[in-house]
Design a protein around this ligand. Structure first.
Ligand code: FRU
Length: 530
């Protein structure tokens, strides 16, 4: 959580308003979310022995039904397929060194830490301790990095007895360590927030760390502190070339609703084992929607896959949204996304798309034949199943033709009057997502936003993939080179889907709309704090 929020002490659940829709209307069907309580940043994403572990920033309700702000735990869940999840007992709870802020997990395959024994691969959790006592005394150095380990595949966790493993060097913002094994130099590398940039450290055993370098003071967005960084190699599609990707989320509460206030920027460059460098001058974002923050990627994922999960909500309004809408829980994870690098218009771009495992959820589907029209078509009339959760795949053509529409897109509408839309605005060369009328009650001013991103389809063609769940839409343009993730809270579920056009013809080359079967988030068998 941005430290700004730590000033407020408790969040009171709002009295249920009889006019309000049931929270169950907003329960995700195909997205991981907490059984109860608060979820924000994904933490400790790691794969080991057939299991994906997803930890996350978590606040359980206290005995008075409040969420005590700032008192962060690590919630934990496990999946074998990235789709269905088994909730596990809380992995890490606050202790005398502080609350448990964000971080990562790694599989210590060579037992470099010496914490393993015998056959078992230790899982190491490297996280930030936030010390509320230091904060109350007005000290700058509230944050340091700690370690915990598990010798039973994440079923139980033990805090390292010499924590912190990396004390604070005198920085107000020193948090969210992300660690990976760097094969060429045979050592661990840590990337960690250091104010409005990141610092890199190295270690042979994950326990003692030495400073390497810094990145970011002269690049990217500095609207606020950098948070939850990640650094990883990826092959450029269609070539043998490998580039390195650096992710850094950045937050600023006072940004206007139509600007990104909580978002994740990326840099593509090189890493020589000590220093990350990049020629990239543009500030680029992995997602231009309002609800994908603090995302990181899995350590040790099979087959070199780079799988990303973000927090599908925003610090700007998540507490207000919870009070009015979901009440017994807050937050969800984005659908897991596979990342890739493409070369587009002479520049490297990071892409993300739902992981291929989503096909396991496919149910009924309809195909849309080629149609060229200057009228609005109600696609939902042709869909003989619920309008959420679904995946829509649409391929548009002729966007450059002389009679092509000035604007066209998809609009979701509810019987109670709310709507959201996704469109290509040819007259301004923009992709536009309008989430300004997406809630039954205005619980927070910044929620109401219209997102505009300069964009032009290549050679007049554009493919759209849209995942619609009970309270979210994830919109992937042209193989995920542009992504918009947004949550919504209409009074009644969106049940009408329109293909709209304005000022000319839209050409839908083909389309496929697929029903998604719900995932399971199985309840924790036996809860308990460690
Ligand atoms: C990002 C963040 C992190 C911090 C955590 C605390 O959302 O602010 O920087 O570690 O949340 O919950």
């Amino acid at each position: 959580m941005p430290l700004l929020l730590l000033c407020s002490t408790t969040l009171h659940a709002q009295q249920a308003n009889t006019q309000s829709p049931s929270p169950e209307q907003f329960r995700p069907r195909v997205h991981f979310h907490p059984e109860s309580g608060w979820m924000s940043d994904p933490n400790g994403l790691v794969y080991l022995d057939g299991e994906y572990h997803l930890c996350y920033q978590h606040i359980p309700f206290d005995e008075n039904g409040n969420l005590p702000w700032g008192e962060m735990y690590w919630g934990h869940a496990v999946s074998r397929d990235l789709l269905n999840w088994q909730h596990m007992p809380i992995a890490l709870a606050p202790d005398s060194l502080g609350y448990i802020f964000s971080g990562c997990c790694v599989a210590d395959l060579y037992n470099t830490s010496g914490l393993g024994s015998g056959e078992v691969t230790p899982l190491l959790a490297i996280f930030t301790y936030y010390d509320p006592v230091a904060a109350a005394e007005g000290r700058i150095e509230t944050q340091s990095q700690g370690l915990a380990y598990s010798l039973d595949k994440g079923r139980s966790w033990t805090k390292y007895d010499k924590n912190p493993i990396l004390p604070n060097p005198g920085l107000a913002d020193f948090r969210d360590p992300h660690v990976f094994w760097h094969e060429p130099t045979q050592r661990w590398i840590m990337i960690v927030t250091a104010g409005k940039e990141v610092h890199l450290y190295a270690s042979n055993n994950c326990l003692q760390w030495s400073y390497l370098s810094a990145f970011g003071s002269d690049r990217g967005s500095h609207i606020g502190p950098w948070e939850c960084p990640d650094l990883f190699p990826l092959q450029v599609q269609g070539s043998g070339e490998t580039k390195w990707v650096l992710l850094a989320s950045v937050v600023n509460f006072t940004e206007s609703p139509d600007k990104l206030a909580t978002a994740t920027q990326y840099f593509i460059g090189d890493f020589d084992g000590t220093k990350f460098t990049s020629d990239q001058r543009d500030t680029l974002w992995i997602d231009y929607g309002k609800d994908n923050y603090a995302g990181i990627t899995f350590d040790n994922a099979p087959n070199g896959r780079r799988i990303f999960v973000g927090w599908m909500h925003s610090h700007q309004y998540a507490t207000a949204a919870q009070s009015y809408t979901t009440r017994s829980w807050s937050g969800a994870a984005t659908f897991p996304r596979e990342m890739s690098i493409v070369h587009r218009n002479g520049a490297y771009r990071l892409t993300s798309l739902p992981v291929k495992e989503i096909a396991e959820l496919y149910g009924k589907q309809i195909k849309l034949k080629k149609v060229q029209t200057d009228k609005t078509l109600t696609l939902s009339d042709r869909i003989p199943f619920d309008k959420a959760p679904i995946e829509m795949n649409l391929q548009f053509g002729d966007t450059d033709a002389p009679n092509a529409a000035e604007r066209f897109g998809i609009r979701l509408k509810s019987p109670s009057g709310e709507y959201v839309s996704m469109e290509y605005d040819k007259s301004h060369d923009m992709m536009v997502v309008d989430r300004s009328h997406a809630t039954y009650v205005q619980f927070s001013e910044p929620f109401s936003s219209i997102q505009r991103v300069p964009y032009r389809p290549i050679e007049g063609r554009s493919t759209w993939k849209i995942l619609i769940d009970a309270a979210s839409m994830e919109f992937f343009v042209d193989d995920g080179v542009l992504v918009f993730t947004n949550v919504f809270f209409p009074g009644q579920p969106f049940d009408t889907i329109e293909l709209f056009t304005d000022g000319g013809y839209v050409t839908l080359e083909k389309g496929r709309i697929i029903q998604l079967n719900s995932i399971e988030c199985r309840p924790v068998a036996s809860a308990g704090n460690k």
